[in-house]
Ligand binder design. Structure first.
Ligand SMILES: [Zn+2]
Length: 77
């Protein structure tokens, strides 16, 4: 299909799962998952019931907390 990449800027990861209307790579998907879990079970369940547009808001909020250099896959060999 397309050569869509992770919604995190600067991330070269291949798309793994959707986050709202956009997509993220595997590493960032799990980072997003962890972030939501850390915000409590309420947020976790709320997200599951959200529309794509509402998820975008959450994803945007999470995105601000992400630093690409924190990713193991972004570390140079
Ligand atoms: Zn990524």
């Amino acid at each position: 299909m397309s050569t869509q990449t992770c919604l995190i800027q600067g991330c070269q990861g291949r798309v793994y799962a959707p986050a709202g209307t956009q997509s993220v790579c595997r590493d960032h998907f799990f980072s997003f998952l962890t972030w939501r879990r850390r915000r409590g079970p309420q947020m976790f369940h709320k997200y599951a019931a959200m529309t794509m547009e509402e998820r975008d808001t959450i994803a945007a909020e999470w995105q601000k907390t992400v630093r690409v250099e924190d990713l193991p896959s972004a570390t140079p060999r």
